[in-house]
Design a protein around this ligand. Structure first.
Ligand code: 13P
Ligand code: SF4
Length: 328
């Protein structure tokens, strides 16, 4: 459901969000890929793991989730008594789309001796079919707790799975999904940029293809990349992930230079996540006003999906969402 916002002229949307946030006892959670104006008014901005933990722990009555649908679904799975709203229900994810539950189920059934270690970027149904969920900031910690002789299916991101597989020399059966955003980075254009900024390190999200990862000085989750930016010594960083994360870097370090890695024509907007971009301040206001669009999940399905998410939270305990994938 994409909400019409044409009738909001004359309304001070920011002031209304403030009023409704208090009136509804709502917490606004935002992912680093959200537009700066959303990040700036959120109560908490974080990566997928941090946001899951916040959703599980909040005492607010309403969670206004500014991110994509699988993230809002996760909040509802972990906090079923809360009202969870998502400004635009169409805010999906190409990784979730790549992994229809019935096909995933058949894949699992064809490999009964494998466990399913599944990236959080998937549907609630796929979570329910999985053994353990991981985020990019918890994947390494969790994988290392799985006995070496245990066979593993990893889905739906073949690049994150491939990265982990190479790093830990651990064979895994990979589901063939990709993130359309990270897939769009161009190695040729990245190399040109690196020549223009000699010595500038490259930080990349593990959803990037290997050709991009191979140039990275640091590989990690969004919070890991942010942490790298905060602690690096140089003045310039090339950032190979969705560019809205640069907003946090520029706020914290206004005198440093953060450059988004380029897509195929060197100057496209193809690295902006089109799903995340569906959320706007206007839609957030309407969602808080109407408590719609609202996330609803069948209780049996929720309980089934919660098992694999709870395992993630247990196995990732002590992981602080700050770059646990570490240096290559
Ligand atoms: P993080 O867990 O690193 O925030 O990643 C979420 C995501 O969707 C990246 O594309
Ligand atoms: Fe999904 Fe990619 Fe957007 Fe992340 S950036 S939400 S993986 S489409």
């Amino acid at each position: 459901m994409t909400i019409q916002t044409a009738d909001l002229t004359g309304i001070d949307v920011r002031a209304e969000i403030e009023r409704l946030r208090k009136e509804r006892n709502a917490v606004i959670l935002a992912h680093y890929y959200q537009k700066p104006e959303i990040q700036d008014l959120a109560d908490f901005v974080g990566d997928s793991l941090d946001l899951s933990r916040k959703a599980a722990a909040t005492d607010a009555d309403v969670i206004a989730f500014c991110g994509v649908k699988f993230m809002a679904d996760t909040a509802k799975i972990l906090s079923p008594q809360k009202t969870v709203i998502l400004p635009d229900l169409e805010a999906g994810c190409s990784l979730e789309d790549s992994c229809p539950p019935e096909k995933f189920k058949a894949f699992r059934e064809a490999h009964p001796d494998h466990i399913a270690l599944t990236y959080i970027n998937c549907s609630t149904e796929v979570k329910a079919l999985s053994d353990i969920i991981v985020t990019s900031s918890s994947a390494e910690t969790i994988l290392q707790q799985i006995p070496a002789d245990q066979k593993i299916i990893f889905g739906p991101d073949r690049h994150l799975g491939g990265y982990l597989s190479r790093k830990f020399n651990r064979e895994m059966l990979l589901w063939p999904g990709v993130c359309i955003v990270h897939e769009a980075f161009s190695e040729t254009e990245l190399m040109k940029l690196m020549q223009e900024h000699p010595g500038a390190p490259v930080a990349a999200h593990p959803e990037c293809p290997p050709a991009i990862i191979d140039h990275a000085d640091y590989v990690g989750s969004t919070s890991g990349i942010l942490n790298y930016a905060m602690t690096m010594e140089g003045d310039t960083l090339i950032v190979a992930t969705e560019p809205h994360i640069i907003h946090q870097m520029e706020k914290a370090l206004p005198n440093k230079n953060f450059i988004g890695a380029p897509g195929a024509d060197g100057n496209c907007n193809c690295n902006i996540c089109p799903y995340m971009a569906l959320n706007t301040l206007e839609k957030l206001y309407i969602a808080l006003r109407d408590l719609q669009p609202r996330i609803e999940i069948d209780e049996d399905l929720r309980l089934a999906a919660k098992k694999s998410l709870d395992r993630m939270l247990e196995m990732a305990a002590g992981t602080v969402g700050k770059g646990d994938l570490g240096d290559r």
